[in-house]
Design a protein around this ligand. Structure first.
Ligand SMILES: *Cc1c(COP(=O)(O)O)cnc(C)c1O
Length: 407
């Protein structure tokens, strides 16, 4: 029955697609050379939905047992791209399941893969919200360009994702300590071994209910390993894109940190040991500057830093508050050690969608354990920022320009 329905839906879909292709080719012919072509994209209007059978539905895990990305919802979104078939195909929502790929698919050989990380939050008013999803779409298109994958119109994917969330809405935890993590993924699937742009691609979206990223953390702050032998990004590299090839190679450094009983890696760059990021979070520092004022500092978007949406949001909030200095500049381990010795380093924290805001209590650097007093401040800046961010995300501030409420 489901199969039959599926066939009917995809048939309608094919017709739509054909009509659309006809429209496209005719509009191409009639347009004069200088007019701007609409960006090629799939469209929400072409979406087909095939729901899972009742017996295929998974039990929902207890919110207290959520580990990061272990359980997945009942449905997924898939959108194919075939250069030889006029590019983007119609989006499909279908039961969650395995995908089958040719062993030569480029994703397996050259890591033609990128991803995004966003969340759906169930607010105190029971409404489900996304946080600035248009920025995820913009970054996703930038990552796609970096690895030769096609672009698309962000608002079309947002609409498809909203539909997917609506279908699996009971998977958005009824808790302001949890959320539904959304993982858009985009891979090159052309079954040929050449290191050239992939003519075939698959964009899919899966979703996973999550609790706190640092589940195991009992103590109030996280501890970091800063080891100059490892680096995650370099000038001319792709550290500022969310491409999968940036993450696999970080595992040995992360393992080393874990063996030492530390939570995360503090990534350094260059001979001066500039600090760049914490694990897969942007890094922020609060210190007393040379004028005796409190200053919030984060490294600039100089190509070494992943342009985080939380990073961008915290900077905007802090600049709007205008209660302390805000700056984007590089900072080295030497400066951190000096500030610490002069009692001028107040806070270090990581910021990102998955880990939200994570205060740091310790950094191990060249065999030395540096104690960071982040959680000992009376009114820490990280707490103010975190509260305001969560108030927007969980609808305590019910209407905010950064919230997209899913009706
Ligand atoms: C995803 C990511 C971040 C955080 O980005 P957000 O958009 O704020 O979630 C920071 N650093 C790295 C390396 C990342 O992959």
């Amino acid at each position: 029955m489901v199969h039959l329905r599926r066939k009917i839906l995809s048939f309608g879909n094919l017709i739509n697609q054909l009509q659309q292709n006809v429209r496209w080719s005719s509009s191409l012919k009639t347009k004069d050379k200088n007019s701007v072509q609409p960006q090629r994209s799939f469209k929400y209007a072409d979406l087909t939905v095939c729901l899972a059978d009742l017996h295929q539905l998974n039990p929902k895990p207890d919110v207290k047992e959520l580990l990061f990305g272990k359980y997945f919802t009942d449905h997924m979104l898939k959108i194919h791209y075939y250069e030889s078939m006029n590019g983007w195909q119609a989006p499909e929502i279908m039961p969650f399941g395995n995908i089958v790929l040719h062993p030569a698919a480029k994703v397996f050989h050259y890591a033609i893969e990128l991803f995004e990380g966003m969340k759906a939050y169930r607010g105190v008013d029971n409404k489900i919200r996304l946080f600035r999803p248009e920025l995820n779409m913009e970054r996703m298109n930038n990552s796609a360009m970096r690895i030769g994958l096609p672009s698309f119109r962000g608002e079309e994917l947002i609409k498809c994702i909203c539909r997917l969330i609506t279908i699996d809405q009971e998977w958005v935890p009824h808790s302001t300590a949890s959320s539904l993590y959304i993982r858009p993924t985009f891979i090159g699937i052309d079954p040929t071994l050449g290191v050239v742009a992939s003519d075939a691609a698959l964009l899919y979206v899966i979703m996973s209910p999550v609790g706190s990223y640092f589940h195991a953390t009992k103590q109030p702050g996280i501890s970091l390993l800063a080891d100059p032998r490892y680096t995650r990004s370099w000038p001319g590299g792709c550290g500022s894109s969310k491409v999968g090839s940036n993450y696999g190679p970080t595992i040995p450094a992360q393992q080393l940190a874990s063996e030492k009983g530390l939570h995360q890696v503090l990534w350094l760059y260059g001979e001066d040991h500039e600090i760049t990021e914490i694990g897969a979070m942007n890094v922020f520092i609060v210190y007393i500057n040379d004028n005796g004022e409190r200053e919030l500092l984060t490294p600039p978007l100089n190509g070494l830093i992943l342009p985080g949406i939380v990073r961008n949001s915290l900077l905007s909030m802090a600049r709007q508050w205008n209660q302390f200095r805000v700056s984007e500049r590089s900072i080295t381990m030497k400066e951190i050690t000096r500030l610490l010795s002069e009692n001028r380093l107040l806070e270090i924290f990581g910021a990102g969608t998955a880990g939200i805001i994570s205060p740091v209590s310790c950094v191990e650097f060249l065999g030395q354990k540096l104690h960071i007093p982040t959680t000992e401040q009376s009114e820490p800046i990280y707490q103010m920022l975190k509260k305001h961010l969560l108030d927007i995300q969980y609808g305590v501030i019910p209407e905010h320009p950064w919230s997209l409420v899913i009706e």
